[in-house]
Design a protein around this ligand. Structure first.
Ligand code: ZN
Length: 203
């Protein structure tokens, strides 16, 4: 598995291209397809699936373009779907003064769902708190944490739509209990070693 971290536009949300065997999943399409293609050396993979870690504007700035240009289906947590059609919930209106809405996803995810990319599998862990349908994705040697947790003991805000600080605390506690080895790839900022980063929360 090859992981490309691509810096998104505006708000510096990370977009990840997870590649295996000529196929790829894009996580949080926050930069344009052409910018992503420019950033990748070598052959551009077939994009099989687009996943949102959650439905906030800064993680889906180019979602419509990616769906249209790649034809790839969208997958997201079932509790997060209604944010696609509501600019208040997806925060486009609050941050950008725009009323962007999106077509419903082709695939619904829930805790324990798995998705395939090439020879690899990503497993969904529901981690509500930053939003009600926030997820983390676990793969061989990697965890994508969206805006649930970042490196250096930082975590997602809970003052936007469906944010819940108690739920976030419980999600972080569940993450600290994960015996998973590998890199942590958050929705913002640099990546880090997952176990080391989660120890920041155990004090
Ligand atoms: Zn967010």
């Amino acid at each position: 598995m090859k992981i490309h971290r691509l810096a998104g536009r505006g708000y510096a949300s990370n977009c990840y291209l997870v590649e295996s065997d000529g196929h790829a999943i894009v996580i949080d399409p926050s930069l344009s397809l052409s910018d992503a293609q420019r950033a990748i050396d070598g052959e551009w993979p077939t994009v099989d699936l687009i996943i949102l870690t959650h439905a906030h504007f800064d993680h889906m700035l180019y979602l419509t373009e990616w769906r249209r240009e790649t034809g790839a289906p969208l997958a997201m947590h079932e509790m997060e779907v209604h944010a696609l059609s509501d600019p208040m919930k997806n925060a486009f209106s609050l941050f950008l003064g725009r009323n962007d809405v999106f077509a419903p996803p082709e695939m619904l995810l829930r805790d324990g769902s798995t998705v395939k990319v090439g020879k690899e599998v990503l497993r969904v862990m529901a981690t509500p708190g930053h939003t009600v349908g926030s997820i983390c994705l676990f793969g061989e040697g990697c965890v994508f944490t969206g805006d649930t947790v970042f490196t250096d003991g930082d975590y997602g805000r809970t003052d936007l739509w469906s944010g819940d600080s108690h739920a976030l605390f419980e999600s972080i506690r569940a993450l600290t209990a994960c015996q998973h080895e590998g890199r942590m790839y958050p929705g913002h900022g640099p990546d880090g070693d997952f176990r080391t980063e989660m120890r920041c929360f155990m004090r």
